[in-house]
Write a protein that binds this ligand. Sequence first.
Ligand code: LER
Ligand code: MN
Length: 290
Amino acid sequence: MKLSIAIADTHALPSAFVVYRGFDLCIPKAACLGFSGVELALKRADEIHPVRMQTLLDEHRMEVSCISTGQVYADDGLMFTDPKADKRQQVRAVFRELIDLAENFGGLVNIGRVRGQIGDSPRAEAENLFIELAQELCDYAAPRRVTLILEPVNRYEIDFVNSVEEGVELMRKVDRPNMMLMPDVFHMNIEDRSLGPELARHIAYVKYIHLADSNRLAPGQGHLDFPAIFEALLGAGYDGWVSAEILPVPDPDLAARRTAEYLLPMIATYNQNTSEKRVSGALSKTVGYR
Ligand code: LER
Ligand code: MN
């Protein structure tokens, strides 16, 4: 398991949901705090200069964990479920470029609120519009070894795919191996029947996890039981990224520091237990062969 933190560019609107703003300044800061990666919160692929970004990442031994797309919705109002074909064409164009970028940066592109609202349309109509475009983009992404990750988001932000279970149902309809889930424990705390057990139940679809506490502050500042969540993930064999997507409160540096101080020791223990599990799994297989 590796820990990442969400970063947007300096010009991102206040609606960009990130801890840090400014790649040049904040990637080094995140590296100093012990994060292994950064989640790039983008509106367009051309916010990134690939060579400059790779140099910055290499210099600080950092990786891109994922490209997230909240601003494509929040800033531009673009949605997969938009009944207007020209609007969906814009989504298609923006996502193709983000997928091209992800080919060399992280291999994951998130679909959060940009999947869109159902609103007053019949549910099946919105669902079909989503499925059609998601399938097409998955097929574009597959030869580039990129996976799209759908994030269930709570009902107060969107009316389409609120729980992890609903996410799994929709993914099954999309029916592409490179369409996976990105659960966010903040939303799960509102929508799902449990956190750890529900993550474990759907682990085959879980590719990436957003972490925030119940109040959307740094983990450890609210009332979510992170040790229990990690224990369930360990039992289920999760070995991917977890990424802090929290409010920059009381300020970005302190929010990031609190996240690192709370989660990094837990992740170190997690990874030790994962490798011990692997060794004992390998040993019991060896014994089994005798
Ligand atoms: C996006 O990752 C998310 O979790 C949304 O709640 C942002 O508003
Ligand atoms: Mn999230």
